[in-house]
Design a protein around this ligand. Sequence first.
Ligand code: ATR
Length: 276
Amino acid sequence: MTRRVAIIGHPVAHSRSPLIHGYWLRQLGIDGDYVARDVAPEAIDGFLADFSASGLAGGNVTVPHKEAAFRACVVREPVADALGAVNTLWLEGGRLHGANTDVHGFLANLDTAEPEWARALGEAVVLGAGGAARAVVFGLMQRGVDRVVVANRTLARAEALRDQFGPRVLPIDWRDLGGRLNGCRLLINTTSLGMKGQPPLDIDLSALSPDALVTDIVYVPLETPLLKAARARGLATVDGLGMLLHQAVPGFERWFGVRPVVTAALRALVIADLKA
Ligand code: ATR
C-alpha cells in the first residue's frame, strides 16, 4: 500500500513541502505520496488524537500547529522537548512520535554553505526571539558558540530564551543592537522582517567583522534586503532556502527509509516555483 504523508497546517496551500518530498519520491522511485492537509485550529487536537484514522503514516507540521503536535505526541525526541514544538510526526507501534528538525535544518544549511562557520566563533547575534529563534539558539549552543546575543523588539521574549538556555544567552532590546555588532562574525535574522509584504530589516552592518557571515531564515525573496546589504559590503551570506530543504531530510528518511540528498537541482526546482 502506498505510504501517504502530509504537511499539516492552516493555511497550507503555500507550502513547498509537497514539491520537495514529491521530487525525492520521484527521484528515488519510491511508492509514496506527500500531500497538503489543511486542518483548522479548532480541529487540530481531535485530528492528532486520532491520527491513525487520518490514513497518514506521518506528517510535517507547520504554523500554527507545532505546539499542538508537541502536546499530542506520546514519544518525543529530545530536541523537540527542548523547543516545545514538533514539526515531524510518525506512527510507531500505533503511537504518535514527534521530532523537531528545524535545528538540523539550520545547522546543515550553514555546514553545507560554509563548513568552517562555527570554528573559533566566540559570539553570534540572533535577531528575533520567536519559535524560529529558539531553534537557532539551540543549534548555536549545540555547536559550542560561547555567547549568543538575542536582540528582540520585545525584550521579555529574549529574556525567556536566556531563562531557558542559560547565561550563554544575552538578551538585549533590539534598539540597543548598534554596539553589539562591533566585530560580530555571525549575524542571523529570524524575524519576519524582509519577507515579501513585510517591511525590510534595516540595520547598519558597517561594524561587522570583514569575515562575518550573515544569514536569514526568510527565503521569500531569496535575497532579502539584509542579505543584499551584506553582499554589497563584501560579506559572506547564506540564504534561508537551505534551511527549508535540509529540515525536510530527517522526516523523509523516517517515513520512507532512504536518506534523501539536497541537490542543486532540487534547489533550482523550488526557486522556480517561488518565482512562479
Ligand atoms: P516564528 O515562530 O516564525 O519565529 P514569531 O514567534 O511570531 O514567529 O516571531 C517573530 C519574530 O519576529 C519575533 O522576534 C518578533 O518580535 P516580537 O517578539 O517583538 O514580536 C519579530 N518581528 C516581527 N515583526 C517585527 C517588526 N515589525 N519589528 C521588529 N520585530 C518584528
